[in-house]
Design a protein. Structure first.
Length: 279
C-alpha cells in the first residue's frame, strides 16, 4: 500500500496556530484526515474529533463521504457544546467567561446543518480503504487516532508547539498515548504544528505529562485545604485572563475529575463554584 501525505494548513483569528488537514493518496484514492476550515475537494473525509476547527470545512462543501464516530456525530451540536461550557463555568463560578467561550461554540450550528448535505458513515463502515481508526480519548471524549501505512494522525492529542494542550480527561489521555506509542508507525501528524517521529512524540509527551502531573499535584494540595474551584483557578493560574482563563478552567475541571477518579479528593458540585476537598 502506498500512502502519500500532503499537509494543508488553515489560519483563523480564533486560533493561535494554523490547523492542519491532511490529504492522503492511498493507492490512487483521496482521503482527508479532518475537514479543516475550507471545503475538501472530493474523496473521503475521516474526522478525528468534533471540534469546529477540524470540521468547519464540512459546511463549505456538498456531497462528501464523511466518516466519524457516533459520539463525534452527537457532539457536533450547538446545545451540547454550550452545555459543556456551562459545566466549566459552573465549576469555577465564572458566568462572565461565557463571552470568551461563545465564539468557539457558535460554529456548531452551521456544521450540524451541513451534515445533511453529506453521506455519513461510522468509522467501522468507512469506505476509505487502508485507514484504521483507534479510540484515543483525552483532548476530547470522542477523539480517534488514524493509522494509514506508516503514518499516525493524532488530531489535537499531539500539538508539538505547546505544552498547554487542553485535556478533558488526563487519565484517558495517558492510556490513549501509551496505546499510540505501542503501535508500529514511522511519523506522527498533529492537529496543529509540524509532524515528527516516535522519539519527537515521546519527548514532547514526557514534558506535557510532567506539566500536567505538576498541576494535578498542586490541585491535590489545595484540596487538602478545602477550597472552591474559583480560588484554585486563580492560585494555579495567577494573572491569566479572558479566553486563556476559560481554557485554564477547562483544564482545571479535567484535573479535578482525575483526582476524583483516583479517590484522593471529594468534589462538591452542589454549589457554584464547586468545592474540592479531602475524600
Amino acid at each position: 500500500m502506498t500512502v502519500e501525505v500532503l499537509v494543508e494548513k488553515f489560519t483563523h483569528p480564533l486560533l493561535p496556530e494554523a490547523v492542519n488537514r491532511y490529504r492522503l493518496n492511498i493507492n490512487g484514492a483521496t482521503v482527508f484526515i479532518d475537514a479543516g476550515l475550507e471545503a475538501p475537494q472530493g474523496g473521503v473525509v475521516v474526522v478525528t474529533h468534533y471540534h469546529w476547527d477540524h470540521t468547519l470545512g464540512l459546511a463549505r462543501a456538498r456531497g462528501l463521504r464523511v466518516c466519524m464516530s457516533p459520539e463525534t456525530l452527537k457532539s457536533i451540536d450547538p446545545g451540547r457544546a454550550m452545555d459543556s461550557v456551562k459545566t466549566v463555568l459552573e465549576a469555577v463560578g465564572y458566568g462572565d467567561l461565557a463571552e470568551h467561550a461563545r465564539p468557539y461554540t457558535s460554529q456548531y450550528g452551521e456544521i450540524k446543518e451541513a451534515l445533511a448535505w453529506h453521506d455519513i458513515y461510522t468509522l467501522d463502515e468507512c469506505p476509505a480503504l487502508g485507514v484504521e481508526a483507534i479510540p484515543c480519548p483525552g483532548h476530547s471524549g470522542d477523539h480517534h487516532c488514524i493509522l494509514a501505512g506508516g503514518h499516525v494522525f493524532l488530531g489535537d492529542n499531539y500539538v508539538p508547539y505547546t505544552l498547554s494542550t487542553t485535556l478533558t480527561s488526563p487519565m484517558d489521555y495517558m492510556g490513549s498515548m501509551h496505546r499510540v506509542l505501542s503501535l508500529d508507525w514511522d511519523k506522527a501528524y498533529p492537529g496543529h504544528g509540524d509532524p515528527g517521529g516516535k522519539a519527537d512524540l515521546a519527548g514532547w509527551l514526557t514534558k506535557v505529562l510532567e506539566r500536567k502531573m505538576a498541576r494535578i499535584a498542586a490541585l491535590a494540595r489545595l484540596a487538602g485545604e478545602g477550597v472552591d474551584m474559583r480560588t484554585a483557578l486563580h492560585r494555579m493560574y495567577p494573572g491569566v485572563e479572558g479566553a486563556t482563563l476559560f481554557l485554564a478552567a477547562r483544564n482545571l475541571v479535567g484535573y479535578a475529575r482525575a483526582l476524583e477518579e483516583l479517590g484522593v479528593v471529594r468534589v462538591d458540585r452542589g454549589r457554584s463554584p464547586w468545592v474540592i476537598g479531602p475524600p
